[in-house]
Unconditional design. Structure first.
Length: 210
């Protein structure tokens, strides 16, 4: 399927690639390259490198590694921490590559948008998984991981089929993630306040004589 998008549609593609990179970077690299090489998706010129067999092989291997690491409580949070150095700049770079080097202004805007959305998605994912890891049962962790495995390909498919609808869906998902981060921050502040009160009360209790 060959596509010809205008600037608004390309910005939707850039935003979606950036956001999805914050959740599953290697899935974005592999599936986008695979779609361009074998599914007839007309990728923007700046993304043609994703279709190279070596890139597909490397991104496919890392996709498998990330898939397995994301299913193990504790290891998933460590993987997220390490991936902080990769997901956000990669999301910005992919978003900018949608416009290539011929439209520097739009490419720069896309990089800012893609990097910001990647950071939001990565922060929401990392914070949620860290909170869920406090639970001794693994099923909620696996459920969240599988949801991410399904959500990223779904958004990539949608943005090539209907970039306007993808932009709407992306706006809803981003808002939900921001609300989730706000809620988690509120719980952390409440927990810290209770801890300070407990420590303050313990320090003020008189010491009983022996």
């Amino acid at each position: 399927m060959s596509v010809s998008f205008g600037t608004a549609e390309l910005m939707s593609v850039a935003a979606t690639l950036g956001w999805a990179s914050g959740l599953r970077l290697y899935a974005v690299l592999f599936l986008t390259g695979l779609a361009g090489r074998y599914a007839g998706i007309g990728l923007p010129e700046g993304l043609h490198w994703l279709m190279h067999p070596l890139v597909l092989g490397a991104s496919g291997l890392m996709l498998l590694v990330e898939f397995l690491a994301d299913k193990i409580p504790g290891l998933d949070s460590f993987w997220d921490m390490v991936s902080t150095l990769v997901r956000v700049p990669a999301g910005a770079a992919l978003a900018a590559a949608v416009f290539g080097g011929d439209e520097a202004g739009w490419a720069a805007a896309a990089a800012v948008l893609g990097g910001s959305l990647a950071a939001t998605a990565h922060a929401a994912k990392s914070a949620t998984r860290a909170a869920v890891n406090a639970s001794p049962e693994p099923f909620s962790n696996w459920g969240l991981s599988l949801a991410g495995d399904a959500l990223v390909p779904s958004m990539l498919w949608l943005v090539w089929r209907d970039p306007v609808l993808a932009a709407v869906a992306l706006g809803v998902l981003t808002l939900a993630m921001l609300l989730l981060l706000w809620r988690l921050a509120w719980h952390l502040r409440a927990l810290a306040a209770r801890l300070r009160r407990a420590l303050s009360g313990a320090a003020s209790d008189p010491v009983s004589p022996p």
